[in-house]
Write a protein that binds this ligand. Sequence first.
Ligand SMILES: Nc1ncnc2c1ncn2[C@@H]1O[C@H](COP(=O)(O)OP(=O)(O)O)[C@@H](O)[C@H]1O
Ligand SMILES: [Mg+2]
Length: 341
Amino acid sequence: MLGEDRLYEFKEGKLYISNKEIYLLKYKFIKILGNGASGVVLKGIDTLTDREVAIKIWLPRKNCKYPDKTRFLEEIKKVSKLNSSRIVQLYDANYIDENYFYAVFELVDGKTLKEWLSEGKGIDDRYKITCLICEEMELVHDKKIYHGDLHTKNIMITDNDDIKLLDFNTSIFARRKQDDPHKREGKLILETGLKLLPEENEYKFLDEKISECPPVCVPKVLLSLAQMIWKAETCTSELDDYGKNLFIFSFGEYITKAPFFNLNSIVKYFVRCNYENKYIYLLLGYISHVCKEKLNRQYNLNIEPLKLNENNMSELIRVYNEWRIEFIKRIEEVNLPYSNL
Ligand SMILES: Nc1ncnc2c1ncn2[C@@H]1O[C@H](COP(=O)(O)OP(=O)(O)O)[C@@H](O)[C@H]1O
Ligand SMILES: [Mg+2]
């Protein structure tokens, strides 16, 4: 079998890498579960305890004779720092010989997010999974750890509709903010989120400035986006005055929590939904109020409805942009300097 340019063969319960049998004293191999950029993962049995497990064996990369020991050590050390039911648990890891090594993880009964999405899931299911991923990634980032490679084959959806994050295989939190892993972390989380929320292609709620969002805040932005899209998709009946006010204020809250949204397309959305101007003015007034308050400009509980015209819309966008710049500054002050844990 060809595993991403690296040859391994699994035959009659035996695993061969570069024609050499890979044998583990304590574990019996059952079948191949999957493979990726680093190695091959097999279902196995711990012959001492009879526990079913997932065994990952690192493979040599293209044009390399042996697998990369640094990546192996990084992954097992990183995952050992995390203790959550939503992160695959590491049971054991060791060298097979001086060139090969393995790690034994809990066996996840389920499918990859990629397979799950290919079944064509509805917004309710996708919304729930997006929230779980964002919440878990916030916890990972709180520990100053990056996942490093959060794509749809490194997230599993369990048979009881929960998530399990796997394959924490690239380097721990970036050392300097301009380092690539830093940008990559945010970019991958966002890409995964947008695969879960393809409706965003139509709504265009996110601003292009999302590319400037500190990676540790991407889950927060995605969570707000998921809530907005889920509400927009599921609230199909005409709301009464109270319902419209609640809807408007919830959007105001999501938009200002992490200021990476496109105010023009959000206004267009409410116009398309036939919201009367008074509601849209209320939303704009609320956003302006919250941004100014966050910028310590003014504290005024009376939210002035902001009448919509070209001048004050561009003024509002200016204040919102200012809040975004300040938001980024505050996040970076808290998170720098990044340490190599
Ligand atoms: N603990 C596990 N339980 C079940 N399947 C797993 C487990 N770990 C990995 N897999 C499967 O194996 C694939 C490759 O594992 P992964 O750790 O991502 O390897 P790589 O670092 O080579 O990408 C995953 O996409 C998934 O399908
Ligand atoms: Mg992988």
